[in-house]
Design a protein around this ligand. Structure first.
Ligand code: OOG
Ligand code: NI
Length: 455
């Protein structure tokens, strides 16, 4: 078979993202409502703000917006995580970033599988936040061993999916028929199963150790737990969610509302309580319930440089520390606004101060006089109206926000402190590869845009 007969990975990813969305909409009808609501708000926002519409179009973001989502899954073993890495690689989704959630009392660490080059991102930016349970954080040794045993017995991938991953690795890609089968088989790994794999008392013991442990250990596989569309106006979307009676989280995670959005703002609605059948464990089969799946929306903005990110982390910590609960209680909204007064809110200052990443291109005047544009420094060429600089959108996640999303969907009151800390080496060992540095990816996109100016 010639390489030309392969379906391009971007195409497989786009089909997979669509298949996941269709499946999740069938499983969680509220997700369908959320997508409609976001599509309406995006259309209204673009109609009311032609410069924003033009900016998105210039940066290949307009097209992808309607398809744009992220999902989240959680797995229990190194073997599961490393096989996921291979499965996502078939779709050019690579592990980017390392997130330690143990500091927030969630016994996992995570990465995001996503496309990394600008052209792939423009075609379809589908990302999956993927967490690995840290069994070593279960204090009760007997329970920890029981959990490990249960996990060792399950196979979360179908035989056909495994065979197709191997074929893609061996031959360098998948042809049309194989690509379709791959999407269908990969989907099975992320399906919800309402039959637990363990008797109710085992579920309860694991649930008491941490609700997340039960969610990962007691089911056939890593059910997709949410799929998040991207909105251009999260405050409007949040208001609309409340008007429609969806129980949105009170606080939007991330930075406050700004003229120039940075990073990521997110809000979610509570997990659904779902009926589950627990098998007989010497006794009789029992009916119970489990909450795992929820809805979330997000607004994305400028990707920050390490300098910008340090400032963000600082100001966010200030806003949280100023509250008595050390978090998002009380008048958190006004504390956040006050803290972020220290973060410049116009693109030109953000760019000149090196706080964010930008994509440069010739303006119409620049195209008429490319030599002149090429000779000036970027700043001078911008002043002369020969080149433009547009914000590069943030494609990743935020650990503090992720912790907030986990917490609010695990039932809120659960606050545990783990003494463990980040262990990136252990995570990468389980994954079987390094996690890429997200800053290097944005910097490369910026650099390439500057190199293109010189023709
Ligand atoms: C993942 C929570 C993190 C986000 O958007 O920050 C996340 C999970 O609950 O498994 O999806
Ligand atoms: Ni999420």
């Amino acid at each position: 078979m010639t390489p030309n007969a392969f379906v391009v990975p971007d195409q497989i990813r786009a089909r997979f993202a669509q298949a996941m969305s269709d499946m999740y909409r069938d499983e969680v009808p509220l997700y369908g409502q959320l997508m409609e609501l976001v599509a309406q708000i995006n259309a209204d926002t673009l109609a009311a703000d032609p410069p924003l519409a033009a900016q998105l179009a210039r940066n290949d973001e307009r097209q992808r917006l309607d398809q744009e989502r992220h999902g989240a899954i959680r797995v229990g073993t190194a073997q599961e995580l490393s096989t996921l890495r291979r499965l996502f690689a078939v779709m050019d989704m690579l592990p980017v970033g390392y997130y330690d959630l143990s500091v927030a009392g969630v016994p996992v660490h995570s990465t995001a599988f996503r496309p990394v080059d600008a052209a792939s991102l423009a075609r379809n930016p589908f990302r999956v936040f993927t967490s690995l349970l840290r069994l070593e954080l279960i204090e009760d040794v007997a329970l920890r061993e029981r959990a490990a045993q249960i996990l060792a017995q399950r196979q979360i991938f179908s035989d056909a999916a495994l065979a197709l991953i191997e074929r893609a690795e061996r031959e360098g890609g998948l042809g049309e028929a194989d690509a379709s089968r791959f999407v269908a088989e990969a989907l099975e790994t992320f399906r919800w199963h309402s039959d637990a794999t363990v008797p109710l008392p085992t579920y309860q013991a694991l649930n008491d150790a941490h609700r997340l442990i039960a969610d990962v250990v007691c089911f056939h596989g890593p059910h997709i737990n949410h799929l998040t569309p991207r909105t251009l106006d999260i405050d409007a979307a949040q208001g609309e969610m409340q008007r429609r009676g969806m129980s949105a989280k009170a606080v939007i995670e991330g930075p406050p509302r700004r003229r120039c959005p940075i990073l990521l703002r997110q809000t979610s609605f509570k997990a659904l309580e779902e009926a589950v059948r627990f098998p007989a464990g010497g006794g009789v089969a029992e009916a119970g319930s489990h909450t795992a799946r929820f809805g979330e929306i997000e607004q994305r903005g400028l990707a920050l440089t390490p300098k910008g990110r340090a400032l963000y982390d600082n100001l966010l910590a200030q806003a949280r520390e100023a509250g008595d609960a050390g978090s998002t209680g009380g008048d958190y909204g006004s504390r956040l606004e006050a803290a972020f007064a220290g973060f410049p809110d116009d693109y030109e200052t953000l760019r000149r101060e090196g706080l964010g990443y930008f994509r440069y291109r010739l303006t119409e005047a620049g195209r008429a006089d490319p030599e002149n544009a090429g000779q000036l420094s970027p700043d001078a060429a911008i002043d002369a109206g020969l080149i433009s600089a547009d914000p590069i959108v943030y494609e990743d996640f935020l650990p503090v926000s992720a912790a907030g999303i986990f917490q609010s969907n695990l039932g809120g009151s659960e606050q545990r402190a783990y003494t463990a800390h980040a262990n990136r080496d252990a995570f990468e060992q389980a994954l079987g590869s390094r996690c890429r540095d997200e800053f290097a990816i944005y910097a490369a996109i910026e650099r390439d845009s500057l190199a293109d100016l010189e023709g």
